[in-house]
Design a protein around this ligand. Structure first.
Ligand code: GUN
Length: 295
């Protein structure tokens, strides 16, 4: 048996085309150009790549991109001052502060300083709390993208057993809430869970979001399960070969057991920025009273 490969690259491409059409209509109707501000502190190489792609894709769908690159020694107060300015700036509909932040900055303070109406990451405690309560809110981009991929192979998730590996605030916790809202039975697992392979083998839907390369092996997967691999890990370089990107799932093994699986690269990764653009358009609509505000 070979699993259906869920093509995140082409699903993300279609989503971006839809967003571009929606942005064109929004602007033609006189509502202005939606704007996304991305803030990067320091020069973490992976973050620089992400921020560059975000800016390119933002302008490609017809939105305005505001990039703020600050030195690694930026103080917390300086960053808070910038966020206060972006909160007030009418041209800015969405604000994303790239994580991780340097050690001298309290990430929770920064996340809480972003106007919840502009919080296109869905990380603000108000938005996280609303998600927990099942209220409409801006949703974190990676879980949102992962859910779209899941729904591309299974429209009705009711009663399915979803096992989430990883309890991060960015992925594990919010995706568990989204799966719960879709009427799945949800099991949260993490690095301290006892007999993780046995827990994973119960999953109709297995979401791997731990950041450990190829940790989930083929024999952890129930035959026919849907596997959503959120991991993006670079294997160490060997001699002249650059380390290749792999997920949290041993794809070559899993592909023979799963019913459907997202590859790495080309699965969840491309969906994240597409969902960020969708959130920015949603924030722009809500800020102008064009969509039902999250209230
Ligand atoms: N760093 C890794 N993933 C993310 C994300 O989704 N948003 C932000 N702001 N930073 C990240």
């Amino acid at each position: 048996m070979t699993a259906t490969i869920i093509d995140g690259k082409s699903i993300a491409e279609r989503l971006r085309q839809q967003i571009a059409a929606d942005v064109a209509r929004f602007t033609a109707e006189g509502h202005g150009v939606p704007g996304l501000a991305v803030v990067l502190v320091g020069n973490d190489p992976a973050s620089e790549v992400y921020v560059g792609s975000k800016a390119r894709q933002t302008t490609a769908v017809g939105m305005q991109s505001f990039e703020h690159r600050l030195p690694a020694e930026t103080s917390q107060d300086e960053l808070l001052t910038l966020i206060a300015r972006l909160n007030k700036d009418a041209a800015v509909d969405g604000i994303l502060v790239q994580l991780p932040l340097p050690a001298q900055i309290d990430t929770d303070r920064i996340v809480a300083a972003v106007d919840p109406a502009k919080d296109v990451d869905g990380f603000h405690p108000e938005n996280a709390g609303r998600l927990m309560r099942g209220l409409p809110s801006l949703l974190p981009c990676t879980p949102l993208g992962a859910m779209l991929l899941l729904r591309s192979v299974a429209t009705n998730l009711q009663g399915m057993h979803a096992v989430v590996v990883g309890r991060s605030n960015i992925v594990g916790k919010p995706i568990a809430q989204l799966l719960l809202q879709a009427d799945c039975t949800v099991t949260m697992t993490h690095s301290r869970s006892r007999d993780l392979p046995a827990l994973c083998r119960q999953a109709d839907i297995l979401v791997a979001a731990v950041g450990r390369p190829q940790m989930v092996r083929g024999d952890w997967i129930k035959p026919g399960a849907i596997v959503i691999d959120v991991g993006i890990n670079r294997l160490p370089a060997q001699g002249t070969t650059k380390g290749r990107l792999v997920g949290d799932v041993a794809f070559d093994e899993a592909v023979h057991v799963a019913g459907a699986i997202t590859p790495v690269p080309g699965g969840v990764g491309p969906m994240t920025i597409a969902c960020l653009l969708q959130n920015t358009l949603q924030a722009a609509r809500e800020r102008r009273g064009l969509a039902k505000p999250a209230a």
